[in-house]
Design a protein around this ligand. Structure first.
Ligand code: ADP
Ligand code: ASP
Ligand code: MG
Length: 472
């Protein structure tokens, strides 16, 4: 049996000549242990943001900063090529290809400026350029280092619907195409190096899987190829007890189960895109998260979720995470009890705006409905609700529909919580003792998490306070 490994490198992991050097060493080592290796790459760090900012400015008619953007992109990619691709012909060839992509950014932005708007479809074409540049660079660097590799754009085999900026893969078509494109390369001992984040519709229009979507790409490709393992190479030592940028005392979790990582990822732990979990779980693929800058560290292994109802060993709360820039939206009124289908209509109105709701809480009085939504979408959601309930508002069955200022959702995660008394109590007293006011609470449906809504200003305090329940 051929053993297949899919490895994904994040933005920082391909973000500089030094990082690329580590990545190549990791790829070389993996090829010694695995029959087949596929590499999925993100754009170099900062590039996707830069591309999207350029397109957004262009949509307001601003193209003055384009020359600066062009030179930033050239400098970033070319300096790495200069440092790591010794063969002059190869070096010039890859730089020329990257330059063509940079010039197409300029054309696209100018077109957007003329139109005065950037459609989601145009935004995806722009956003795709980052991975399309980095994939060429990484493959050139690999070949120069004697690692036989070929760049191939995932638009050739990841087939998606036309839901731009958050496209959904068609697994059947993707499976067939991925095997047809990648297996022949691997049969020849070549490592396919492909783009994360992007795909194409059946007609060939470029789409993206959503921000941070390269992790998901690795899972999709792993599933198509019946891979044994998917390894996510990032810039920290795996999944940690919390984001080390908030709490430097965070430590690596050597193991975490699928339920727990799903909850963590969903509630904001950027270390893994939440959609990554389903395809690997469905296909029984192993998942590991490890550090490109500390490759000998074992990182984090995903393990099956416990089936039994037994108590867990060790700490009940395993990790804490936060999603910022949310608003709590409340629909309230004493007449609401008598109004049929309020909740269904409310969430229908929210769904019509394309907003997904990360958290719903029920006030004890049943005279209000309260949920969280991303801050930037709150005004749209409020007006959709006001329209839907115009009659009830006029009749004063609903008194008001309103949103808070920015809040954060802070979530504690751990499988053992389901069977352990008093977790919620210790969470509240810990927050109370640290002066954090809880605005709302919700328990995840899988019962492996408890989410609390706090003022934006309390976010760090809340995360640090709750983290003490894990490490102390
Ligand atoms: P990549 O570019 O490799 O995909 P990301 O920036 O998307 O990397 O994700 C890695 C980052 O996730 C880390 O640098 C860290 O700041 C953040 N992060 C948030 N929560 C966690 C957590 N629980 N464990 C590890 N990292 C976390
Ligand atoms: N480059 C894309 C982004 O920044 C995808 C990724 O890095 O996963 O969102
Ligand atoms: Mg990421």
């Amino acid at each position: 049996m051929q053993r297949t490994l899919v490895m994904k490198f994040g933005g920082t992991s391909v973000g500089s000549a030094n990082a690329l050097k580590s990545a190549i060493q990791i790829i070389r080592d993996a090829k010694k242990d695995w029959d087949r290796v596929v590499v999925v790459t993100s754009a170099m760090s900062g590039v996707t943001n830069l591309l999207l900012d350029s397109a957004a400015s262009a949509s307001h008619g601003q193209v003055d900063s384009l020359p600066q953007t062009e030179s930033t992109l050239r400098e970033k990619h070319f300096s790495a090529a200069d440092a790591l691709v010794k063969d002059e012909a190869q070096r010039e060839a890859v730089k020329a290809e990257i330059d063509t992509l940079i010039l197409s950014l300029v054309d696209l932005c100018k077109a957007i400026a003329v139109l005065g708007e950037a459609s989601p479809r145009a935004m995806d074409t722009v956003a795709s350029l980052g991975e399309r540049m980095s994939v060429r660079l990484l493959a050139a660097v690999a070949n120069d280092a004697g690692v036989k590799a070929q760049a191939i754009e995932s638009t050739q085999f990841v087939v998606t619907n036309a839901n731009f900026q958050n496209a959904h893969p068609n697994f059947k078509a993707t499976n067939e195409k991925t095997r047809a494109k990648l297996n022949p390369l691997m049969d020849e001992g070549i490592i396919p190096i492909t783009t994360g984040f992007i795909g194409a519709t059946p007609e060939g229009v470029i789409t993206t899987l959503g921000r941070g979507g390269s992790d998901y790409s690795a899972a999709i490709i792993g599933r198509s190829l019946h891979a044994d393992d998917v390894w996510i190479w990032t810039d920290v030592d795996g999944v940690m007890t919390t984001d080390p940028r908030i709490e430097p005392k965070a430590i690596t979790l050597p193991e975490i189960n699928y339920n727990e990582i799903a909850e963590l990822a969903y509630y904001g732990a950027k270390v893994l895109h939440p959609k990554t979990i389903r395809p690997v779980l469905d296909a029984g693929i192993g998942l590991r998260i490890c550090n490109t800058f500390n490759p000998s560290h074992p990182g984090t292994r995903l393990i099956p979720s416990p089936k039994t109802n037994g108590k867990v060993e060790g700490k009940v709360i395993k990790a804490v995470t936060a999603i910022r820039k949310q608003r709590l939206i409340t629909i309230e009124g004493r007449g609401m009890l008598g109004v049929p289908g309020v909740a269904a209509r409310a969430f229908g109105a929210v769904a019509s705006t394309g907003t997904s709701v990360p958290l719903i809480t029920q006030a004890s009085s049943e005279q209000s409905i309260c949920f969280a939504a991303p801050a930037e979408l709150a005004p749209t959601v409020l007006s959709a609700l006001e329209k839907t309930f115009a009659i009830e508002i006029a009749d004063q069955d609903i008194d008001r529909v309103w949103a808070t200022e920015d809040v954060s959702i802070v979530t504690v995660v751990g499988s053992g919580m389901r069977h352990t008394m008093g977790v919620a109590g210790s969470v509240f007293s810990q927050l109370g003792n640290n002066g954090v006011n809880v605005l709302a609470i919700a328990q995840g449906s899988s019962e492996v998490s408890i989410s609390l809504v706090v003022d934006a200003a309390d976010t760090e305090n809340a995360v640090k306070a709750l983290h003490e329940l894990i490490v102390n």
